[in-house]
Design a protein around this ligand. Structure first.
Ligand code: ATP
Ligand code: MG
Length: 149
């Protein structure tokens, strides 16, 4: 890893820009509430990790819905949340979504290989961070990334 000090805001802005066309075609709104937290990360790897998550948030959401990006500091952790109002994930599928090639049955109508989140998790773990998911079927999903300060 090439660790450097980068601003979370600039990373998020790059990710949003990279995925702008897909966001537009999908008719999803992006709500960017990310503060200017400083992160010590490999910016290219972290950008990839964020893009995979953002891509899912858009792909598994209906037109007109909103994807919200948030960041804050809590208990000596830097936390990033990506919240969508999409199809959600069944409780029995939730423990598996970070596994390579896993795709839940509800997502098989859209393209994918089941690698995006496995890659994101690998990158985040390599930085000493964690990634978890909260989801309610039919209501939406929140991906939570946290880094020790
Ligand atoms: P790709 O390799 O193209 O990313 P993928 O999107 O299917 O394919 P992952 O990104 O690893 O693979 O996600 C794994 C599975 O977790 C998805 O197939 C989907 O079932 C579920 N999932 C991930 N993110 C979301 C989300 N935001 N909303 C609903 N389901 C999700
Ligand atoms: Mg994906």
């Amino acid at each position: 890893l090439e660790i450097q000090s980068v601003s979370l805001r600039s990373l998020i802005n790059r990710a949003i820009e990279a995925i702008e066309l897909r966001t537009f075609h999908h008719g999803v709104n992006i709500n960017n509430d990310v503060p200017d937290l400083e992160l010590n990360v490999d910016s290219e790897r972290m950008l990839q990790a964020l893009l995979n998550i953002l891509e899912n948030a858009i792909k598994y959401s209906p037109p007109g819905s909103t994807v919200s990006l948030m960041g804050y500091t809590e208990n000596n952790q830097k936390i990033i949340q990506i919240k969508d109002e999409g199809i959600g994930i069944k409780p029995e599928a939730l423990p598996h979504i970070f596994e390579e090639f896993y795709r839940s049955d509800s997502s098989r109508q859209s393209d994918g290989t089941g690698l995006g989140l496995a890659i994101s998790q690998r990158i985040i773990k390599a930085h000493g961070g964690t990634i978890t998911a909260d989801s309610v079927l039919g209501e939406g999903t929140t991906i939570i990334i946290s880094f020790p300060k």
